[in-house]
Design a protein around this ligand. Structure first.
Ligand code: NAP
Length: 332
């Protein structure tokens, strides 16, 4: 299998390489791409040095599978070129997610959609959507869901390497009594929270909030489920957290929910208030599985529960999900 990775120097690109090693993903050739400023730089992978090459039509030729992890502008320009060349494309950007002919896949949830599709391009969902649905899907095995209200607490690495650097740099500046430089987040992220991720839409929601809405409906194949999100950037380096409030169509028991979660692949339960046990973003960092806890009945509404889920958005929210899709393609 000849593989390309577009966006190799980024947070997700680097994690992809790490996961290929960990999961012993087999390949016969690997081509690495980044922006023009990185051409010629060398990347070490399994004790071999690879040169970053220019992203163009010619260099994409002959590849069996290309991972696009360089943002939607790059994907819009080059993913179709790669798929027209005959390569499979796994795209981590938002470029194709809502295209009805392109499968939007979380392997634990809707792998059948991928297996029955002929599309050469497969879209990887938004990170907050993936982590939230990893908690929501097992519950659908018990009872239909009427409505979900989600509030996310998203780490700075969700905005890539530059996001992490801005938090670290502004924290140093704070202790040196210097004014913050707010380029990635446009407000100071140090010792602050920012209730805006992506641009505002006409309906008052942000782009990130609407991604959760539209992508969840597509993945769950449920046009009627009601969803509302508030997405918030927080000064956490890695892993997103989401507070979920879920209203079911009928009664549901907490112990049954917990049993269902334990059975479901890709999610762990840490939920023991008596022992003060609940998951935090640090617990899920560099971990494949998402973790859910704080599962409790919502006292204010019938058939309603609240829960808290955390997940490493660079792993399950991006690179791991993409590798799992690739593994499914290999089996297909
Ligand atoms: P990042 O750290 O900012 O890295 C961006 C990568 O894209 C770098 O390798 C960069 O190369 C490359 N790139 C930029 N412009 C390019 C161009 N014109 N041609 C070729 N390569 C170019 O971003 P990231 O966080 O890894 O995100 C990558 C993608 O994954 C985005 O679509 C993002 O939305 C998605 N995603 C990210 C996360 C996350 O948690 N970070 C989660 C889910 C999905 P240079 O180093 O040369 O500039």
């Amino acid at each position: 299998m000849k593989i390309g990775i577009v966006g190799i120097t980024g947070a997700v690109g680097q994690e992809l390489l790490e996961l290929m090693k960990e999961r012993k993903f087999s390949y016969s050739e690997i081509r690495l791409f980044a922006s023009n400023k990185s051409i010629g730089k060398k990347i070490k992978f399994k004790s071999k040095l690879y040169k970053i090459i220019r992203l163009n039509k010619k260099n994409l030729e002959g590849l069996d599978l290309v991972f696009f992890v360089a943002g939607s502008t790059v994907s819009k320009k080059f993913a179709t070129i790669a798929s027209n060349n005959g390569s499979y494309v796994i795209d981590n950007s938002s470029a194709f997610r809502l295209n009805k002919n392109i499968p939007l896949i979380i392997p634990e949830i809707n792998s059948n959609t991928l297996l029955s599709s002929n599309s050469k391009i497969i879209a990887n969902p938004n990170c907050t959507t993936i982590i939230s649905l990893m908690g929501i899907k097992p519950l659908l095995n018990l009872q239909k869901i009427k409505r979900v209200v989600a509030t996310s607490f998203q780490s700075v690495s969700g905005a890539g390497n530059n996001g992490m650097n801005e938090l670290l740099e502004n924290t140093k500046r704070f202790f040196n009594n210097k004014k913050s430089l707010n380029k990635v987040f446009n407000k100071n992220i140090t010792f602050n929270v920012i209730p805006k991720i992506g641009s505002f839409k006409l309906n008052g929601y942000t782009e990130e909030e609407m991604k959760f809405n539209n992508e969840s409906r597509k993945i769950l194949d449920d046009k009627n489920i009601l969803l509302s999100a508030t997405t918030v950037r927080v000064p956490v380096l890695r892993s997103h957290s989401i507070s979920l409030n879920i209203e079911f169509k009928g009664n549901i028991e907490i112990n049954k929910i917990k049993k269902e979660i334990i059975k479901f692949p890709g999610i762990d339960l840490i939920d023991n208030p008596k022992k003060n046990q609940f998951p935090t973003p640090i617990d899920s960092s560099n971990r494949d599985n998402c973790i859910i806890g704080r599962i409790r009945k919502d006292y204010s509404k019938r058939n309603c529960i609240s829960a808290w889920i955390v997940g490493d958005q660079i792993r399950k929210g991006a690179a791991l999900n993409a590798i799992q899709i690739a593994e499914l393609l290999v089996r297909k």
